[in-house]
Design a protein around this ligand. Structure first.
Ligand SMILES: C[S@@+](CC[C@H](N)C(=O)[O-])C[C@H]1O[C@@H](n2cnc3c(N)ncnc32)[C@H](O)[C@@H]1O
Length: 292
């Protein structure tokens, strides 16, 4: 065991410095930010507790918890998985093993979808999410669209279970139905909004990603085939038969993929409504409409 984890008695500030140093040595990208998150959770502290009383001693139980958390983070498990929760849009979602840890980038898709829906927000809209994962997108959309209902599809039983937990946790389970299956194979309905954040990493690139991803996110949620675009082709082929009049489809894109995905959407007979960048300037979400 790393000697840095064996401090006998220490203050909040000392614990923060010790864990941040351990995480830095382990190659964690933002060691102090993560050390702080783990310390707050382990000590059941608020940010103000840490700021106003940095010299208070951590209880033995809090130190034990912090050391367990720190060991897992040093082995490159993401903070969200260690704590079992992740903030997405305005909700706190459960992050389950074998299910993609939702990313802040995906909030770009949510924001674009809501903007495209615009004045129809108060209508009883129908939403389809292909590859629901933890349920992040559906939870965000249903929380903003009070009369909308969603069908959420995933091939992974773990994802279906996690989405079910999160729909109930957010009080949205009466408006969301989960279907386990292959994309829209079992569906013959039309929807006002179709959303998807499909797997988009080229198969050969998966092994080159950070350990937080390769060791903890399931391959089914990452693998986009040889060129990273195979899942888009599968999904886009089906979009015209799934989209109601005046509807939109909004897809998340990996870095550099947006122009090709837009071309696939146009080839399927749809019209590009908007391509939106995320906060790092990457074209992240593509909105398309039917040509009615
Ligand atoms: C990138 S994850 C997105 C999860 C979630 N929507 C999010 O944004 O956090 C892609 C999801 O697609 C699911 N998936 C992969 N292939 C699928 C298929 N053929 N049919 C249905 N779902 C599939 C995976 O299990 C995974 O949950």
């Amino acid at each position: 065991m790393d000697g840095a984890l064996l401090a006998p008695e220490e203050t909040r500030a000392e614990a923060l410095g010790r864990v941040a140093a351990l995480l830095e040595r382990s190659g964690v990208e933002e060691p102090r930010r993560d050390a702080r998150a783990l310390l707050l959770a382990a000590g059941e502290l608020t940010p103000a507790d840490l700021l106003l009383e940095p010299s208070a001693l951590l209880s033995p139980e809090a130190r034990r918890r912090l050391d367990r958390f720190a060991r897992r983070r040093a082995a490159r498990e993401p903070v969200s998985r260690i704590l079992g929760a992740r903030g997405f849009w305005t909700q706190d979602l459960v992050v389950a093993p074998d299910v993609l840890d939702p990313r802040a980038d995906t909030e770009t898709l949510v924001a674009l979808a809501l903007d495209l829906i615009g004045a129809r927000r108060g209508e009883a809209l129908t939403i389809l999410d292909l590859g629901v994962g933890s349920g992040a997108i559906v939870c965000a959309l249903l929380s903003e669209l009070p009369l909308a209902r969603a069908v959420a599809v995933d091939l992974s039983p773990s994802a279906c279970a996690a989405a079910s937990t999160n729909f109930a946790r957010c009080g949205l389970d009466s408006r969301a139905m989960i279907l386990r299956g292959r994309w829209a194979e079992a569906l013959d309905a039309r929807f006002d909004l179709v959303v998807s954040n499909p797997p988009y990493v080229a198969s050969g690139e998966i092994a080159t990603l950070a350990p937080e991803v390769t060791l903890h996110d399931p391959a089914l949620a990452l693998d986009g085939g040889v060129d990273g675009l195979a899942r888009y082709r599968e999904i886009i082929d089906d979009l015209p038969r799934l989209m109601a009049p005046r509807s939109f489809a909004v897809l998340e894109a990996g870095a550099g993929q947006a122009p090709t995905i837009a071309a696939l959407l146009v080839a399927a007979g749809l019209e590009i409504a908007e391509i939106r960048k995320d906060f790092s300037g990457c074209e992240r979400a593509i909105g398309a409409r039917r040509r009615d």
